[in-house]
Design a protein around this ligand. Structure first.
Ligand code: SF4
Length: 232
């Protein structure tokens, strides 16, 4: 199935990929968004294709005010619904009661626990029942991501992942945003190419890679929250 899909979509422009998925998989496909610049491009394409693909976001409870701003603007601009998944309150309450509100700075284990509770567990609920999960991953974002493919099987989550912008450069993404007047997170103009939870994201300095501002206190090799660690 993954190989067939790869053949079917190979060489198509990102808009066409979204159209094909809309026509052939419709309600069995879902787009995840954290309102980053790539996700905004894909939300635009999904809306242009008739908004038949569901869109969801993970509300971790630790987002930047600017993220809520672009979330609101996106709803107004496209008149779409964005399914929203919160972490389970009891899990957050227990973690914060036991370890305080900033335990993620203390150890990799604590950080992974927080990402599991606020992102991974809600993600599993968000993608349940879908066959295709569309993401804004680009190869250029990190060496980890470079080694992925634009269509892949995620055995851990039992779902096919498609990254329509996989081969796009940041410049191409920015040009598309400008050309189509797409709302975007103002933090992108302040040195934040990758935007996640507020306590775990900082601006990057010139010459640093795109994800250097995420969990900057950790070893480079551990810098994924687990959403996109695809097991094959
Ligand atoms: Fe928790 Fe930080 Fe992970 Fe967000 S990015 S879920 S605040 S550890």
């Amino acid at each position: 199935m993954v190989e067939l899909l790869k053949e079917r979509l190979k060489g198509l422009a990102a808009e066409r990929i979204i159209q094909v998925i809309t026509e052939e998989w419709g309600q069995k496909a879902v787009l995840s968004t954290s309102f980053g610049i790539e996700d905004q491009v894909l939300t635009h394409m999904v809306a242009q294709a008739g908004a038949k693909i569901d869109v969801f976001t993970l509300e971790t409870g630790r987002l930047f005010p600017e993220t809520y701003y672009v979330w609101n603007r996106t709803l107004e601009h496209y008149k779409i619904k964005i399914k929203t998944y919160y972490p389970q309150a009891a899990l957050v309450e227990e973690m914060v009661t036991q370890k305080g509100p900033s335990s993620f700075y203390e150890s990799v284990e604590n950080r992974k626990e927080c990402c599991y509770i606020r992102k991974i567990e809600p993600l599993r609920r968000a993608i349940k029942g879908y066959h295709i999960w569309i993401t804004g991953i680009r190869a250029e974002q990190s060496p980890n991501r470079e080694s992925m493919d634009f269509v892949e099987w995620d055995a851990g989550n039992q779902i096919i992942k498609i990254h329509p912008l996989f081969a796009w450069s940041l410049q191409e993404v920015e040009d598309y945003i400008k050309k189509h007047h797409i709302p975007y997170n103002p933090l992108h103009d302040k040195g934040y190419p990758s935007i996640g939870c507020q306590p775990c994201t900082r601006a990057i300095r010139e010459g640093e890679d795109f994800r250097a501002g995420r969990w900057w206190w950790e070893d480079k090799s551990k810098k994924e929250c687990g959403l996109h660690i695809t097991q094959s």
